[in-house]
Write a protein that binds this ligand. Structure first.
Ligand code: LLP
Length: 425
């Protein structure tokens, strides 16, 4: 898939104008202003269904990793489609519940769950805590015992495979802070098996994000299945195996496997190793929402620098952090193509940091007031946005065929400091 095809299902050019489903992006800018995140309902639901179809006929659950995009409308659509959720905080749990998600389909990941967060998740009766350390197991036992309940657990094992992705988003290597070392995992299960308020139900792993090959998943699966076998030899029988998330999308010229191909490879492995009866869980985030979203922004002004031309747009690193944080390449398209020679631009925001860029050295024909769309921005866009430089966060809209729904109001400046106060005289 070339970058021009990115999110083809969600965004396409009709008569030279970029559309989301059937809606031209200029009309969204006219109605809601910029910067605005635009999502396609169909693309989100289709991406979820690709996983669900691949797992059909098996006991399974697709737990959407909601850190990728936690807008209530997104969560609600996925809940209605049957999804479960992978959460990493009490805030995310509250969002799932507010969006109508089923707590019984929630898995709780993360290295630093607090006692308060654990209490809230136990009260909601979530499906499973994905444990990441011995100390966390002891804390969970204590909180569950105080609450008079049993906590269902899975241990997140760290399979020490290289997912060959950006160092900030690889998680399954020995040097990463995530998971329990492969060699220590059995001991943690043995300890868990003796705790009265703990019920062992599964095992999980997550090796990284924006992974574009099947091989690291299969390597990780083999190591997890070795553990499943070892546990069963000791009489600890698991109900589910959770292979985590991480499947990449095509931002530029990457060719990730489809969700269907990935799941087929994993299931084949599970079956070969004699575990066909196990419930299979996955935790995809980016591959559900990434291609379904774009950040719509307007060129504020064009500046010819000493060495470079800059297109200064009204979205910035606070709206979309991926380029500044990971040097991520994101596709930027003019909403209406100009019939003029292109020039080479750095597309930057107004924030006072040299790291505030959305795209570098792009050949594009543009002028002030033109609209641009940053494609592939549905995942880790709005969910990582901040208010740096006292910039209100963008609006979000969801397109459904030829209709547009506002799913988050643009923040106001007054909201930004409404909770602050000055010292008394
Ligand atoms: N499960 C766990 C335990 C995770 O930590 C993550 C993501 C996922 C599932 C979902 O991974 P996905 O399918 O979205 O790759 N902000 C970065 C990505 C950080 C991913 C963190 N963990 C970015 O913009 O590239």
């Amino acid at each position: 898939m070339s970058s021009g095809d990115l999110a083809a299902a969600a965004f396409s050019r009709r008569s030279g104008v970029l559309h989301c489903e059937s809606v031209p992006l200029q009309s969204i800018a006219a109605q809601f202003g910029t910067p605005t995140y635009v999502y396609s309902r169909r693309a989100i639901v289709d991406a979820y269904q690709a996983y669900a179809r691949a797992l059909a006929g098996r006991p399974s659950l697709v737990c959407y990793a909601m850190k990728a995009n936690s807008n209530l409308a997104v969560l609600n659509l996925l809940a209605r489609a049957g999804a479960g959720f992978d959460i990493v905080s009490g805030g995310e749990l509250a969002r799932v519940l507010a969006a109508g998600g089923e707590p019984g389909k929630v898995v709780f990941s993360g290295v630093g769950k607090s006692a308060d967060e654990i209490r809230a998740a136990l009260a909601a009766e979530i499906l499973c805590f994905n444990l990441e350390s011995t100390e966390e197991l002891e804390r969970l036992q204590q909180v569950a015992s105080d609450a008079g309940v049993r906590a269902r657990i899975s241990v997140r094992t760290n399979p020490d495979v290289d997912a060959k992705t950006h160092p900030y988003i690889t998680t399954g290597l020995k040097q990463n802070k995530f998971g329990v070392a492969l060699d220590d995992t059995l001991a943690l299960y043995r300890r868990a098996a003796h705790l009265p308020n703990i019920e062992i139900v599964g095992i999980d792993c997550h090796i990284g994000s924006q992974i574009t090959e099947v091989a690291p998943y299969v390597d990780a699966a083999d190591k997890v299945l070795d553990l499943v076998d070892a546990l069963e030899r000791e009489g600890i029988v698991l109900r589910h195996i959770d292979f985590g998330g991480g499947l990449g999308i095509a931002y530029r010229d990457e060719t990730p496997p489809t969700a269907g191909a990935l799941i087929a490879a994993m299931l084949a492995r599970v079956d070969q190793r004699g575990h066909a009866g196990k419930h299979i869980l996955v935790e995809p985030g980016r591959s559900i929402v990434g291609a379904a979203g774009a950040l719509l922004t307007r060129v504020n002004l064009v500046k010819a620098g000493a060495e470079k031309n800059f297109a200064i747009v009204d979205a910035a690193m606070n709206d979309l952090m991926r380029p500044a944080l990971y040097q991520a390449w994101m596709d930027v398209q003019p909403v209406r193509q100009r019939d003029e020679p292109s020039k080479r631009y750095d597309i930057v925001g107004p924030v006072c940091e040299s790291g505030d860029w959305l795209a570098r050295e792009r050949d594009i024909a543009l002028r002030s007031d033109d609209l641009l769309a940053v494609l592939g921005a549905g995942a880790y866009g709005m969910s990582m946005a901040s208010n740096y430089n006292s910039r209100p966060r963008a609006a979000e809209v969801m397109v459904d065929g030829d209709r547009v729904h506002r799913i988050r109001q643009r923040e106001t400046v007054a909201q930004l400091f409404a909770d602050e106060s000055v010292l008394p005289d």
